[in-house]
Design a protein around this ligand. Structure first.
Ligand SMILES: NC(=O)c1ccc[n+]([C@@H]2O[C@H](COP(=O)([O-])OP(=O)(O)OC[C@H]3O[C@@H](n4cnc5c(N)ncnc54)[C@H](O)[C@@H]3O)[C@@H](O)[C@H]2O)c1
Length: 255
């Protein structure tokens, strides 16, 4: 059974702000009913009522008991999830030699275990309906290493691995799983983690020379979550202005 587009339920994690909120808005604009999940219940509650918002719940995606309870409750209230955008994520910025194990564990717990737990809970519902779309928000940091990102980069590489694993295991249930790998994107996240020198370095390393808007990431998620992407499975789609394609930049050869 393929739920009709208008009745389809999308669940977005980390949806109170940034890329997650842009993804939620874009899926809502596409006619889906959207559930917003975020550990920051206050910011969720402060969002204006919109017709496409089906529900909003405070949730720490790394908490197995809470994730299980939330997805059960959502299914009872709204029916099975059809789309899941695994977007909730955190970073820690430490040199490898000084990286605290506690920060390592927390980043892996949220970014990887969180995506696994929500993916599993949603996929169980999707499998029952015979249709589903999972889009995991990875990062260019999961493909290319940068300084001071041991936990974050490793977590995003694991999200890409998890995406492939989901794609292979869930295809038989009519579920696709793909990843979007944003480059540097203008959100609160970069306000916290990108001082001026890092911003300049990203601009210089990106062929189109700028950060993404969250809405540009959301467009890619919407495509992968659509009916049209039925045969796209297990891919990593960079939305990065050419960052991952690039080698040395900046030398104007005058041609
Ligand atoms: N902004 C960038 O440059 C960039 C680049 C590549 C990838 N990403 C990824 O995109 C995703 C969103 O990033 P953003 O820039 O919008 O970040 P953000 O910090 O602006 O927003 C992240 C949201 O996730 C929520 N969150 C954090 N931990 C959570 C948890 N345990 N459970 C539930 N919710 C939680 C936060 O409360 C927040 O609302 C992240 O996975 C991030 O790694 C961001």
């Amino acid at each position: 059974m393929n739920p009709t587009r208008t009745s389809r339920l999308a669940v977005v994690t980390g949806a109170a702000t940034g890329i997650g909120l842009a993804v939620a808005r874009r899926l809502g604009a596409g006619g889906l009913r959207v559930v917003l999940l975020d550990r920051d219940g206050e910011s969720l509650a402060a969002l204006a009522e919109e017709a496409w918002i089906a529900d909003r719940l405070p949730l720490d995606v790394s908490d197995p008991t809470a994730v299980d309870a939330a997805f059960r409750m959502l299914a009872e209230r709204h029916g099975p999830a059809g789309v899941l955008a695994n977007n909730a994520g955190i970073a820690a910025v430490h040199a490898f030699l000084d990286h605290p194990a506690e920060a390592w564990n927390r980043v892996l717990a949220v970014n990887v275990t969180g995506a696994f737990l929500c993916g599993q809970a949603a996929a169980r519902q999707m499998a029952g309906a015979g249709w589903g779309r999972i889009v995991n928000i990875a990062s260019i940091s999961g493909v290319r290493a940068s300084l001071d990102r041991a936990a974050y980069g490793t977590s995003k590489a694991a999200v890409i691995g998890l995406t492939r694993q989901m794609a292979v295991e869930l295809a038989r249930f009519g579920i696709t799983a793909n990843a979007v790998a944003p480059g540097a994107t203008e959100t609160d996240f970069v306000q916290r983690h990108h001082p001026a020198a890092i911003r300049a370095a990203f601009d210089a390393a990106t062929p189109d020379g700028r950060y993404a808007a969250p809405e540009e990431i959301a467009e890619a998620v919407a495509v992968l979550a659509s009916d049209a992407a039925a045969h796209v499975n297990g891919v990593v789609l960079p939305v990065d202005g050419g960052f991952l394609a690039a080698g040395v930049l900046g030398a104007d050869t005058g041609r």
